[in-house]
Design a protein. Structure first.
Lengths: 128, 865
C-alpha cells in the first residue's frame, strides 16, 4: 500500500494540475464574480440567490458547491469556516472569499472581452 | 423549530457525504429547508429536501473517497486497466465479446420469461380466481367446456363464491353491412366483477344484467358506430348458428383486452339471451358449451374441492358416471399449465419455459467461465506489473482489490453493452420468432436487480483471476517459472473448458433433434394428397343449404379437377365424437369415435384408398346417415373379419358398414390417427358439411381464386375465406418452428462464445509456447505434430466432456420426443454429427492459431531473447 500509493499520488497530483489548467468556464466565471460581489459573505445559498437574481439562472445548491470546490482547487478562491448557527441545525457555514489570483483572472477575462468588443464592427443589430 | 426534514434523508445525506463537506452541504440544505417551509409549507419542503438530498450526490464528496490517496489509487487502477485492455486489443475484444453475447442471450431469455410470466396478471382478483374444468377421474383428462349447471350448482352449494360463465357464439352485428364477430360471448352479468378489463363507458356492475344488453370493445365500437362512445345505441345482432336476431343495446364500452390475456373477446351479450336461445341450456349437464370461472374469497378452495363428491351425488344420484368430475385450476396457471386441455387456444408451456431458462443460465455460465479462463491466462502478461507493485510494497489485498475492480468494471460495461445490443435488435428478434417483447416489461426494481446481478457476477468472476494475480511473486523471482505456472493446465481451467464443450454439445444435439423433428413433421405422409388443395370455409347456414349448387358451380371452372364438401377442415381438431358399439362386443363402455360428414367425392379427391367395400353412392337417400365408412383403425377395433355389410351402433342408431378407408391424418402429428367414421349427412346438422375442398391443376392461382370469388359472391355477402391445406398444416407446426429457430439461435450463440473462448485460450498457449514451437520447427517438426502439441490438452478435456454430454443430451432429447405421437428415432448419426462439428471447429481454430504462429521466422523469435 504505502510506498506505491504515495508515488502514484505524487505523480498524479502533478499531472492533475497540468491537465486541469487554470481556464475559467463560463459558469465558473459567474460564480467567481458572485463570490467577489458577496465579499466574504459567499456560501452555497447566498451565491445561488445572487446568481438567481442577477442572471435568472436556476442552479441547485449542489451545483454551486461543486463549482466552488473546483474554483478553490484552481486557486481562485479561499474558504474559511463561518460561525455555527441554530438555523442550520447547528452546522457552520463554509464561507468563500476571492483571492488575488481570482481577481486577476477575472480582470484578465474582462480585458480580453473588451479587446474583442473593440474589434467588433458596428452592425445594424446593435442599438447603440 | 418543529418542522424537521425526513430523518432517513438526513441519514442518507450523512452516509453519502464525506465529513469534510458535511457542514457545508447539510447546513445549506437545512437552511433551504427552513426557507421552503416558510414559503411552500411542510409537505412540499420535505419533498424538496428529499429531492435535493438525492441530487446532491457528488463523486468528489463520497465518503469512501475522503482520503485523496485512495481516490488517486482507484483512478490509477482504472487507468492501468484501460491501458492494459488497449494494449492487448484482440484479447480484450475476445473477452468482451464473449461476455457481451452471453449476457445478451441471458437478458433476452429473461425478457421472454418475464413476458410469459406476466400473462393474465391484469386482473386485480387473479389470486382468488379459478377456472372450473370438467375432469374425468378415471382417465385424468380435463376440459374447459362446462355446462350451465356446473356454475349454477356451485353457486347454490357454496353461496360465498362468485361465478361467471360465458359461451362463444359467432354473431353478425350491424344492419346493412353486418360484421362477423367470431369472438363474441354470451356472458353472466358477473363478468366484470371477476375480471378486470378497463371500462371506457358504462357501468361494469350492471352492463350485462338485462336481456339484450351488449358490451363491445373500443375497436368494435369504432368499426360499427364510427365513435368511441356508442353507449345507449341499438344494433341488430344475428346469431350465426341459430339464425336468430336480436335488437341489442350497447351498455358498455371496454378497452380491447390486452394481448397477454387468455380471455379474449370483442363483444359480450347478456346470458339471458342465450337462455332464451337454447332451451336446454339451463337444465342439461351434457350441454357443455360454457367456460366457467369462480372467484373464491379467503382461500376457501379446499373446502369446495372436498365438497364436490357430495355435491355430484346429491345432484346426479348415487350412481352418477365415474367419469364425471370437476376440477379447479388456479387462474394464474391457466396460461402455462394447460397443455392437456383441448381447445385452450392460448397455451404457453411451462416445459418450454424451463428449457429456455436452463439455456439462458447455461449460456451465461459458459461466457462467465470463458471470461475467467481468459483473465487468468492474461495474468502472464502482467507479471512485470505485479512484480513491480510487490517490490514497491503492495500487499496481496490491494492487488486483489485492483483486479476485482477490473472484473466488475468489465462486467458492468459488457452488461450495459449487451442490454443496448438487445434493445437495438429487439424489433428484428421479435419478428423472427413472432414475439412481442419490449424493455417496457421491466420495472425499476428489475433494472436494479440487473445492475446488482452484474456487480455480484463481477465479484464472482473476478475472484479467481484476482487470486491468480495476487499469487504471482515479486520481480526478484525467476520469471520463467512464473510463466510455467500460469500456462499449466490447472484443474479449474480444465473444468471450465470441459463444461463449455459439454454445454455446446448438448445444445448442438438439441438443435439437430428439434430441427429434424420439425422437418419430419412437415414432410410426413399425412395419408392423403394435400398438394394444390384449396379450402373454403362455409360458415353461413344459408350457403350450407345450397352447398351442392355451389360445389357444382365451382367444379365447372376450368383447372378445377374436383370439389368435395366435408364437415371438417384439414387440419382439424375433430370436435364431434360419438359412441360406437356393436352386437357381440364385450365392451363395458362404448368406444368414442370421431365423426366426419363427407360426400361421395371425398376419398377420390384426397387420394384415400378404400381398402374394402364401396364408396357412398350419388343417391343421397340410400346412404344418408345410415351407411358408414370406417377408417382402418376403427375397423380393426371391431376385430371381426365379416363385419363389412353388417350393422354397428353409432350414437344409439344402427348403421351399416359399407366400406373401409385407408387411415389418414386429420389433426397434426401431435396425436395418432383416431378411430373415425365417415357419413353423408343432409345439411342442417352439427356434423353437416361446412367446408369445400377444391383440387386444382393450375399455375395461375390468383386468376383461379378470382373466378372462385366471383361465384362465391353470387351465394353470400361474406368475404371469401380460403387457405391452402399444405400451408395450414405447416402453420400448425408454428410452435415447433419458433422453438427450433430459438434453440438454433441460442446454440449458435453458445458455439460462437465457445469459439471465442477457445480462440483466446489457444492464442495465449501459442504465445507462451512460441519459443518451444520455434525450436521444434528448426529441428524439423511437421505442422501436424505441432497441432498435436497445441491441441492435445483440449482433446483430453473434450473427450471427458463428450462422455458426460452425449448421454445427457440423449436422455433429454428422448424425453422431448415422447411429446409427439410420431417422431424421429434418435440414432447415433445426430450425436456423431454434433461431435464432429465441435471437434472440427476446435481443430480449425487451433490450426488457424498455429498458422499465425508459424508465419514468423523461428530465428527471429529466438533472436529476440
Amino acid at each position: 500500500m504505502a510506498i506505491t500509493d504515495n508515488i502514484n499520488y505524487i505523480c498524479l497530483a502533478i499531472t492533475d494540475n497540468i491537465m486541469k489548467g487554470t481556464n475559467l468556464g463560463e459558469f465558473e466565471e459567474l460564480i467567481l464574480l458572485a463570490v467577489g460581489i458577496l465579499n466574504g459573505e459567499a456560501y452555497g445559498i447566498t451565491v445561488m440567490d445572487e446568481i438567481a437574481t442577477h442572471t435568472n439562472r436556476k442552479a441547485s445548491v449542489s451545483t454551486i458547491h461543486a463549482t466552488l470546490n473546483r474554483l478553490e482547487k484552481k486557486g481562485f478562491i479561499e474558504s474559511f469556516k463561518g460561525p455555527a448557527s441554530p438555523v442550520r441545525g447547528g452546522r457552520s457555514k463554509r464561507l468563500y472569499r476571492i483571492n488575488l489570483a481570482g481577481e486577476q483572472t477575472l480582470r484578465r477575462v474582462r480585458e480580453q472581452r473588451e479587446k474583442l468588443w473593440n474589434l467588433m464592427p458596428k452592425t445594424s443589430f446593435g442599438y447603440e | 423549530m418543529n418542522e424537521q426534514p425526513p430523518k432517513w434523508a438526513l441519514w442518507f445525506l450523512e452516509k453519502t457525504c464525506a465529513d469534510s463537506f458535511l457542514d457545508e452541504l447539510e447546513g445549506d440544505l437545512l437552511e433551504l429547508f427552513d426557507r421552503d417551509v416558510a414559503e411552500f409549507g411542510l409537505p412540499k419542503a420535505r419533498r424538496k429536501f428529499i429531492w435535493n438530498t438525492f441530487f446532491s450526490l457528488r463523486w468528489y464528496r463520497l465518503p469512501g473517497f475522503k482520503h485523496l490517496q485512495t481516490m488517486t489509487m482507484y483512478n490509477h487502477h482504472l487507468k492501468v486497466a484501460i491501458r492494459h485492455a488497449a494494449k492487448y486489443k484482440s484479447a480484450t475484444t475476445v473477452q468482451f465479446l464473449g461476455l457481451l453475447l452471453g449476457i445478451a442471450a441471458a437478458f433476452y431469455i429473461g425478457l421472454f420469461l418475464k413476458s410469459e410470466l406476466a400473462f393474465d396478471q391484469m386482473h386485480t382478483q387473479s389470486d382468488s380466481l379459478y377456472r372450473v374444468l370438467r375432469y374425468d377421474p378415471t382417465s385424468g383428462t380435463r376440459g374447459q367446456a362446462t355446462s350451465s349447471l356446473h356454475g349454477a350448482t356451485l353457486k347454490e352449494e357454496f353461496p360465498f363464491i362468485s361465478v361467471c360463465r360465458f359461451g362463444n357464439d359467432p354473431v353478425k352485428i350491424g344492419e346493412v353491412k353486418p360484421i362477423l364477430v367470431e369472438d363474441f360471448f354470451w356472458a353472466d352479468s358477473t363478468f366484470f366483477e371477476l375480471f378486470t378489463f378497463k371500462f371506457i363507458h358504462g357501468d361494469p356492475a350492471t352492463c350485462l344484467d338485462k336481456v339484450n344488453s351488449l358490451v363491445i370493445t373500443r375497436s368494435k365500437s369504432l368499426q360499427l358506430f364510427n365513435t368511441e362512445n356508442a353507449l345507449g345505441k341499438t344494433i341488430k345482432v344475428k346469431v350465426y348458428d341459430g339464425n336468430q336476431e336480436f335488437i341489442m343495446v350497447v351498455n358498455g364500452i371496454v378497452e380491447d383486452p390486452p394481448k397477454n390475456s387468455h380471455i379474449q373477446f370483442s363483444g359480450l351479450g347478456a346470458m339471458a339471451n342465450a337462455e332464451n336461445l337454447y332451451g336446454n341450456l339451463l337444465t342439461q349437464w351434457g350441454f357443455s358449451w360454457l367456460r366457467t370461472y369462480i372467484q373464491v374469497p379467503d382461500n376457501r378452495i379446499a373446502e369446495i374441492e372436498a365438497g364436490i363428491p357430495t355435491l355430484l351425488k346429491k345432484r346426479l344420484g348415487d350412481d352418477f358416471p365415474a367419469q364425471f368430475g370437476m376440477a379447479f385450476q388456479p387462474f394464474n396457471k391457466v396460461y402455462l399449465y394447460s397443455q392437456d386441455i383441448a381447445k385452450s387456444s392460448f397455451a404457453g408451456s411451462i416445459k418450454n419455459l424451463t428449457i429456455f431458462a436452463a439455456i439462458g443460465i447455461l449460456i451465461l455460465l459458459i461466457s462467465l467461465m470463458n471470461y475467467v479462463n481468459l483473465a487468468t491466462a492474461r495474468a502472464v502478461t502482467r507479471t512485470k506489473e505485479i512484480g513491480v507493485r510487490k517490490v514497491l510494497g503492495s500487499q496481496k489485498g490491494s492487488i486483489i482489490s485492483q483486479f476485482m475492480a477490473e472484473s466488475i468494471l468489465f462486467m458492468v460495461v459488457s452488461g450495459l453493452g449487451a442490454i443496448a445490443l438487445v434493445s437495438f435488435f429487439l424489433p428484428q428478434l421479435n419478428s423472427l420468432v413472432s414475439l412481442d417483447l419490449s424493455l417496457g416489461l421491466l420495472t425499476w426494481s428489475d433494472w436494479a436487480m440487473i445492475v446488482l446481478a452484474l456487480i455480484s457476477l463481477g465479484f464472482m468472476v473476478g475472484i479467481l483471476p484476482a487470486l491468480a494475480m495476487a499469487k504471482l511473486p515479486s520481480l526478484s523471482d525467476n520469471n520463467s517459472t512464473i510463466q510455467f505456472k500460469v500456462t499449466q493446465w490447472s484443474l479449474t481451467r480444465k473444468l471450465f473448458v470441459g463444461v463449455q464443450y459439454a454445454v455446446t454439445l448438448v445444445l448442438l444435439v438439441a438443435t439437430l433433434v428439434i430441427y429434424n423433428q420439425y422437418e419430419y413433421l412437415k414432410n410426413f405422409d399425412k395419408g392423403f394428397d394435400s398438394s394444390q388443395l384449396l379450402h373454403l370455409a362455409v360458415d353461413d347456414r344459408d350457403v350450407q343449404d345450397k352447398l351442392n349448387l355451389l360445389k357444382e358451380k365451382i367444379s365447372q371452372i376450368p383447372n378445377v379437377l374436383a370439389v368435395t364438401a366435408t364437415g371438417e377442415d384439414l387440419p382439424s381438431a375433430l370436435n364431434n365424437t360419438w359412441d360406437l358399439n356393436w352386437n357381440g362386443s364385450n365392451l363395458k363402455q362404448p368406444i368414442p369415435i370421431d365423426i366426419i360428414g363427407v360426400d361421395q367425392d371425398y376419398f377420390n379427391l384426397l387420394a384415400i384408398d378404400l381398402k374394402a367395400g364401396r364408396n357412398f353412392t350419388n343417391d343421397y337417400i340410400v346412404d344418408s346417415a345410415r351407411s358408414v365408412i370406417l377408417n382402418e383403425k376403427a375397423f380393426s377395433l371391431i376385430n371381426k373379419s365379416d363385419m363389412l355389410g353388417q350393422q354397428v351402433t353409432i350414437a344409439g342408431r344402427a348403421r351399416t358398414i359399407i366400406g373401409v378407408a385407408e387411415d389418414h391424418h386429420h389433426t397434426t402429428l401431435h396425436a395418432q390417427v383416431a378411430p373415425t367414421a365417415y357419413f353423408i349427412f343432409p345439411s342442417g346438422a352439427r356434423v353437416s358439411p361446412d367446408n369445400l375442398f377444391i383440387k386444382l391443376k393450375t399455375d395461375n392461382i390468383p386468376n383461379l381464386l378470382s373466378e372462385v370469388e366471383e361465384i362465391w359472391q353470387t351465394f353470400s355477402p361474406d368475404p371469401l375465406v380460403y387457405n391452402f391445406v399444405d400451408e395450414a398444416f405447416a402453420a400448425a407446426y408454428a410452435t415447433e418452428r419458433k422453438f427450433s429457430v430459438l434453440i438454433g439461435a441460442f446454440t449458435f450463440l453458445a458455439i460462437i462464445i465457445s469459439i471465442i473462448g477457445l480462440f483466446g485460450l489457444i492464442n495465449f498457449v501459442a504465445q507462451l509456447k512460441l519459443k518451444e514451437i520455434s525450436i521444434r520447427r528448426i529441428l524439423g517438426a511437421t505442422q501436424f505434430s505441432l497441432l498435436h502439441l497445441l491441441g492435445k490438452d483440449f482433446l483430453k478435456v473434450f473427450l471427458v466432456a463428450l462422455l458426460i454430454a452425449l448421454p445427457t443430451a440423449y436422455y433429454f432429447a428422448n424425453d422431448w420426443l415422447t411429446n409427439y405421437a410420431y417422431h424421429i428415432e434418435l440414432n447415433g448419426t445426430l450425436l456423431l454429427l454434433a461431435t464432429f462439428v465441435c471437434i472440427g471447429i476446435s481443430i480449425l481454430v487451433i490450426f488457424y492459431q498455429l498458422l499465425r504462429t508459424t508465419r514468423r521466422n523461428p530465428s527471429e523469435v529466438l533472436a529476440s531473447e
